[in-house]
Every structure is written in structure tokens, then in C-alpha cells.
Design a protein around this ligand. Structure first.
Ligand SMILES: [Zn+2]
Length: 69
């Protein structure tokens, strides 16, 4: 038994295209990781809208209230 098979066995595939998080289509390099500019904008606006739901100053306010007592 000899090691003849090491020649060109190391073939790495190109970076796998991720599916677009918005619609699931394969992403394009230009708008990575999205498939199109439209999906990228959609995701961005979703982020902006979602930021309202994040309770940021909740802890601070609570601490303030406890201080008043
Ligand atoms: Zn998409």
C-alpha cells in the first residue's frame, strides 16, 4: 500500500453561499449576506424598528426609583 492518492484530493469549495436571511435565496457577494439590495434594506429597517423593543434604560430607571425610597 502506498500513498499515491494525496495529489489533488485537497479541493476546497468556494465559500458556500449563505441563504438570504430575508427570503432564503442564495446571497450575492455584492449584497452579502443578502440576495439583493431590497432584502438588505428590508433587514435594516427591521433592525431599526426592532430597536424600539429593546429595554435599555430599564435598569437605570429602576435604580433611580429605589434611590427615592
Ligand atoms: Zn433575499
Amino acid at each position: 500500500m502506498t500513498d499515491k492518492t494525496i495529489s489533488s484530493a485537497k479541493v476546497e469549495p468556494l465559500r458556500k453561499a449563505r441563504p438570504c436571511p430575508e427570503c432564503g435565496k442564495p446571497s450575492v457577494r455584492e449584497n452579502y449576506p443578502f440576495c439583493s439590495d431590497r432584502c438588505r434594506t428590508l433587514d435594516l429597517s427591521r433592525w431599526l424598528n426592532g430597536s424600539y423593543a429593546i429595554p435599555v434604560a430599564d435598569d437605570e430607571r429602576k435604580a433611580d426609583d429605589e434611590d427615592n425610597y
